[in-house]
Design a protein around this ligand. Structure first.
Ligand code: ATP
Ligand code: MG
Length: 468
């Protein structure tokens, strides 16, 4: 269909006559007609006219005015998000395409905004629409369980974890060996992944870094159980910590009794997953398998977090992400998003932060885009005192997110946001007033104000107001 322009006159005159009439009207003195005069002329003729307010300026001022310039956009390759508010064009985003185009330096994304500003909806839209491009998505942190219906609608799967629920994951599962990795290298990868997880769990529960003798105790316990069974479980490790194996201990030149003593605190800390409030979730062989061919896998921890126990949530995330890592670390697995919704709830844990930072650093090697969702940037500062390791790790995560999506921020957060992100005055004023679903998308050298446009089906699927 031919598009109707603002000057189209449906009066039956042919094109040439219309053009001639227009020339007569706009040429000479009539060009100087006031808008009122133009309007009355147009109503007489029955046509439609573009009415522009009169503006008078000196040529010195006008030399700098380029009224018909608009932002060129970042190309059309990627996932449609909505409209670019300033240019009116479509805005598409794909971290892997933008990385190749050198517009971003890493594929990680930070999404921040006040409660109910549309953070989750933005992430859900980006991800569900990206599945059509062959990307996959894992959501290891979903404390509200709001991604479950999305995963179901997309043909994915949800693993529900919580006390009393039948699903159990063994975080020490080896996962599938990538075809590109040989057996020896795979054994080393599996060992270091298991060891890293056990260290995270112990440090997270103890609330302090492990000391040298505890590291040794943990090393030898893992060595012992790995020699006994192909897939050890957490209870096996706890037993090996309480009662170290004499052969392994002596080979390392240590005394069994003193090693048992050195590892006691660590053993009690990890025991929380076996006999404590988290029992039944991570203390035996997995009852489900991770299917890396599914477009989307989410981990619903709403059963666990309904009591507001963030420590339990953090331990669960550590176990679950180690379990997911086996699939994610396969570089042949394609492009994948990993979403940490309500990420601020798990960030007060140094051990977990260290783990997340490693994942952030490996994102390019693995073809993974981590999406961290927080309320405000001060969430990153709240993890520890100035100069502390936790604070440095959290701020490092921000530095390793090339794309920052800012939804509305409270006025008391504007100054900090502006200084951390280096926003311009105009951008600061903009993010203070953004309506729902509209965000400032900030790439290292470009920024766009984008209105998320949702399909009626998405509105229904992403709704989180139902209980209101
Ligand atoms: N573009 C939009 N236009 C209108 N409403 C929207 C838009 N985006 C999201 N909403 C609505 O706003 C509500 C809150 O959205 P959402 O859950 O995404 O916010 P949130 O920032 O993740 O909230 P929370 O901080 O509670 O996690 C939802 O019901 C959603 O339907
Ligand atoms: Mg949300």
């Amino acid at each position: 269909m031919k598009q109707q322009s603002a000057y189209y006159e449906p009066d039956g005159t042919d094109r040439a006559t219309r053009r001639a009439n227009r020339r007569t009207r706009t040429d000479g003195p009539s060009r100087r007609k006031a808008p009122e005069a133009m309007e009355s002329a147009s109503s007489r003729g029955g046509g439609r006219r573009l009415l522009v307010d009169k503006h008078r300026a000196t040529t010195r001022i006008l030399q700098a005015a380029y009224p018909f310039l608009a932002e060129g956009g970042i190309g059309a390759q990627g996932t449609y998000i909505g409209s670019d508010v300033f240019s009116g064009g479509s805005f598409v985003y794909d971290p892997w395409v933008l990385y190749q185009d050198r517009l971003i330096t890493n594929p990680n994304v930070l999404l921040a905004g006040v409660i109910g500003s549309g953070k989750s909806s933005t992430a859900k839209a980006l991800i569900t629409r990206s599945l059509a491009l062959g990307h996959k998505a894992y959501v290891p942190c979903d404390p509200k369980g709001e991604w479950t219906s999305v995963a179901e609608a997309m043909g994915g799967a949800t693993i529900k974890l919580g006390p009393g629920l039948p699903t159990r994951l063994n975080p020490l599962d080896a996962g599938r060996q990538p075809s590109t990795v040989d057996a020896d290298e795979w054994a080393r990868i599996v060992w270091s992944r298991r060891r890293a997880l056990l260290g995270t769990l112990a440090e997270s529960t103890l609330g302090r870094p492990l000391i040298a003798v505890e590291h040794t105790a943990l090393d030898l316990a893992l060595e012992t159980v790995s020699a006994q069974v192909p897939t050890p479980t957490i209870p096996d490790v706890v037993v090996a910590l309480f009662t170290p194996d004499t052969r392994h201990t002596e080979r390392a030149g240590l005394k069994t009794a003193s090693l048992a003593n050195d590892g006691r605190e660590v053993a009690h800390a990890i025991r929380r997953l076996v006999h404590g409030d988290l029992s039944g979730m991570f203390d035996g062989p997995s009852t489900t398998e991770f299917d890396p061919t599914l477009p989307m896998v989410t981990l619903d921890s709403s059963w666990l977090s309904s009591g507001g126990d963030d420590q339990a949530l953090r331990l669960t995330l550590a176990c679950a992400s180690s379990w997911l890592e086996a699939a994610v670390a396969d570089p042949a697995g394609g492009n994948r998003y990993i979403v940490y919704d309500e990420g601020w709830r798990v960030m007060r844990d140094q051990a977990l932060l260290r783990r997340m930072q490693e994942q952030w650093k490996l994102s390019r090697a693995w073809g993974v885009s981590n999406i961290l969702i927080v309320h405000r940037l001060s969430d990153l500062a709240a993890v520890g005192d100035l100069g502390s390791e936790a604070r440095a790790l959290a701020e490092g995560l921000l530095a390793d997110c090339s794309t920052r999506i800012m939804l509305r921020q409270e006025s008391d957060q504007l100054a900090r946001t502006a200084s951390l992100l280096g926003l311009t005055d105009v951008e600061i004023v903009t993010i203070a007033k953004l309506p729902k679903g509209r965000a400032l998308w900030r790439l290292p050298s470009r920024s766009f104000v984008v209105q998320l446009i949702r399909h009626a089906r998405e509105v229904e699927l992403f709704d989180t107001d139902a209980r209101m």
